[in-house]
Design a protein around this ligand. Sequence first.
Ligand code: ATP
Length: 235
Amino acid sequence: MNALEVDIKYAGYPGEASIINNIQFEVKKGELVGLIGSNGSGKSTTIKGILDMLVDFEGTINFGQGEGKKYAYIPEHPSFYDELTLWEHLELAASLSEMSPGKWETRAMKIIDDFNMKDAIHQLPATFSKGMQQKIMIILAMLIEPHVYIVDEPFIGLDPRSTKQFLNYVRREKERGAGILMSTHVLDTAERHCDRLVLINQGEVVINGTMAEIREKADMQDGSLMDCFDRLMGW
Ligand SMILES: Nc1ncnc2c1ncn2[C@@H]1O[C@H](COP(=O)(O)OP(=O)(O)OP(=O)(O)O)[C@@H](O)[C@H]1O
């Protein structure tokens, strides 16, 4: 069963209406799909299209059937309410997703502890370092247990322990049945952890498949994702 179905005919920005074209793929329940492509290839535009953040958009996005539209977005550039502490941000996220007080508080404490952010609980995230801010976005998303995660480049800025913890949570959330779409430039991590990869170039899908399928298409039996990517691009 699909957690997310993407069918974008075209999407873009005022004056540049078709930055991306014919982007079609799905994310199944329990699946981690990597969105891969060079700088400017259209990954963030695809994500903005999925999140209904573009005025120039023609296509259909489906967030699973009968599951409501509960998704969480982990943006590349975190943003916070200047006046709210970390705990107050969690309170806000929990109230918007209608979680019961007993449930969200226990879960919030566990996630905060796992990401080593206990000392910062009553501080203002707006004053945190970039990596800490990124962790808060992850914590806020993981708190509400959505059906779908949309994650835009999570790895730049996270320290090794936080990266490992993030990947642990991704595994657990997949087991729970969540579908995860994650754009990244960190190809070795994508190769190791993604169930499927969607490669985008110049606003179009070049290939959508498992690592085995990508190797076959690139005719590189033992090739890394980077090598296959280069071969498929003709670089
Ligand atoms: N707000 C905007 N207005 C006009 N054009 C934009 C805007 N944002 C992005 N673009 C253009 O859309 C194209 C795709 O950009 P996008 O941000 O989707 O790429 P990306 O694959 O996410 O790149 P990166 O890996 O560098 O984050 C680029 O040519 C970019 O210049």
